[in-house]
Design a protein around this ligand. Structure first.
Ligand code: BG6
Length: 512
């Protein structure tokens, strides 16, 4: 590492970034803009080169054009000067990922590119491909000797999600790639960990002395996590119908939020210390029996409706979705964490597509104050003390508490103390992939998933998948697109005397 980039961060070391799936959507929409933003912030080495691989034979010129078009479409970075910088150091190989020939060609290309750009022998392989290709690419890279780390040069592999589609497949995939790579070379992405507000959960908890004494079963009544999306299944019907909301969002993104909220303080922010604490939380989550899965998990599928003033067709009429599909596009669940900090505190999670608003937030509700002093105030007039971490959009934090309404009698109302990121800091546009790519280049795996945490997540979800399989094709509640999801998800809380914060509520303003 040499010069300093934005905020004094070190420039990443020289390396070649090899992108498998280089002409795909992810590369164009997220990875390439993230590279531009890293360049804007002075965090990429001057001695960087890119090699794209994909099945189509478009040659170096075709790949450079593809990069240029992508960069122009997804505005990022400083301006067009940067585009030339990237295209001058971009190369391409076309072929099938299962063909050993392409890895021979890659070895040759790497040698050429290393000589031309002085990339110090470091290589980052980015697997932006369908999951069915992960194992074969890693195996072939190994066979071609491309994952061997010699003379202090590193070889690292970023693997996109989804990592497995259930517990056995995730275990098998880990086993397969660990035949070729050491755990320290594997960077399993969960892009939620690239979000500033997700990383801020740790800072909020551990950099503020007032939080920790309250952060336990003595003071917290329940925790509610919402990840609401307005997008429907769009063009992803083939993938999504095999996946559903539970597999797509819960063992990965929602469990990142859950573990950061619930973990014990790690001894440091080192990758292993942090990841071990997160795994321990998932290990402590109570495994649902089939009966509990029926009672504590709600699924739903969106029907017709209006989202963002646009008519949405029912999920079953989306492209590539079978007309009789019973795949869930919404899930809500109640989990318990059986450890000393959280015993007895329910964690409610929900996520869905085609909902009223795009809004993700975590509400930590504190226990109610004793009511003795306010005998004459109806209980529902006493506002719950909710701390809400707004993940996206309108990033910030709100704390709700009761105040006396001015006047001769004691009447209470709830108000919000608000912190809004935008008011406090200059926010640079980012895709969330910047930190992840930079961290991988600098060898910091803290924001990536270790094999054990991936498997621990699936271990929590597997009993639900098993219970559903046992039930066979169940008819699902259909919720109107543009609503807050099925009524059953409200009942999941109301039977415990609780309710969700409304997703239609403005991000940083008061809500239920
Ligand atoms: C992806 C899921 O991992 O995350 C998508 O496959 C989902 O279905 C997306 O829409 C949500 O990410 P974000 O950053 O928009 O909240």
């Amino acid at each position: 590492m040499t010069a300093a980039g934005r905020d004094g961060a070190q420039t990443a070391p020289a390396c070649v970034l090899v992108i498998f799936g280089a002409t795909g959507d992810l590369t164009r929409r997220l990875l390439v803009p993230a590279l531009r933003n890293l360049r804007r912030d002075g965090l990429l080495a001057e001695n960087l080169a890119l090699i794209g691989l994909a099945s189509r034979d478009i040659g170096d010129a075709g790949f450079r054009k593809h990069l240029r078009d992508g960069m122009e479409q997804f505005k990022a970075g400083k301006g067009d000067a940067d585009i030339a910088w990237f295209t001058q150091r971009a190369y391409y190989l076309g072929g099938k990922f299962e063909d050993p020939g392409i890895y021979k060609a890659l070895a040759g290309k790497l040698a050429e590119v290393e000589a031309a750009h002085h990339t110090a022998g470091n290589v980052l392989f980015y697997l932006a491909t369908p999951p069915s290709e992960f194992a074969v690419i890693v195996e072939q890279l190994g066979k071609a000797g491309l994952t061997r780390e010699t003379d202090g040069h590193w070889r690292r592999v970023i693997i996109e999600k989804p990592f497995g589609h259930d517990l056995p497949s995730a275990v098998a995939l880990n086993k397969e790639i660990l035949k070729t790579l050491d755990e320290g070379q594997i960077y399993r992405i969960d892009h939620y960990l690239g979000k500033e507000t997700v990383q801020n959960i740790m800072v909020f908890r551990f950099a503020n002395g007032f939080v920790e004494p309250l952060w336990n079963r003595d003071h917290i009544d329940n925790v509610r996590i919402t990840v609401a999306e307005t997008v429907g299944v769009e063009q992803r019907g083939r993938f999504y119908d095999q996946t559903g909301a539970l597999r797509d969002m819960v063992p990965n993104h929602l469990f990142q939020l859950l573990t950061l909220i619930a973990m014990e303080p790690p001894s440091c922010f080192g990758a292993d210390a942090l990841r071990s604490e997160k795994s321990k939380v998932l290990d402590a989550v109570h495994r649902l029996s089939a009966e509990e899965a029926r009672r504590n998990v709600v699924r739903g599928q969106y029907g017709a409706g209006i989202v963002d003033n646009k008519q949405v067709v029912p999920y079953r009429e989306a492209p590539d979705v079978p007309r009789q599909s019973t795949t869930e596009t919404y899930i809500a669940m109640k989990l318990a964490i059986d450890n000393w900090r959280w015993a007895g505190v329910p964690f409610y999670l929900r996520t869905g597509k085609a909902l009223a608003r795009r809004r993700s937030y975590i509400t930590v509700q504190f226990k109610q104050a004793p009511l003795a002093l306010f005998r004459d105030t109806p209980v529902e007039r006493l506002p719950p003390n909710d701390l809400t971490l707004h993940i996206q959009p309108d990033e910030g934090v709100t704390l709700r508490f009761g105040v006396k309404i001015p006047g001769p009698t004691v009447n209470i109302d709830g108000v919000d103390l608000k912190f809004n990121y935008q008011d406090a800091f200059e926010i640079m546009p980012s895709t969330g992939y910047e930190t992840l790519v930079y961290d991988c280049m600098t060898g910091d795996a803290a924001l990536f998933q270790r094999a054990d945490s991936i498997e621990a997540g699936w271990r929590v979800v597997q009993p639900v998948l098993d219970a559903w399989k046992e039930e066979g094709r169940a008819e699902l509640p259909i919720y109107p697109a543009g609503s807050s999801g099925p009524e059953e998800a409200n009942q999941l809380l109301s039977r415990d005397g609780r309710r969700w914060r409304a997703i239609s509520t403005d991000g940083l303003s008061a809500g239920g």
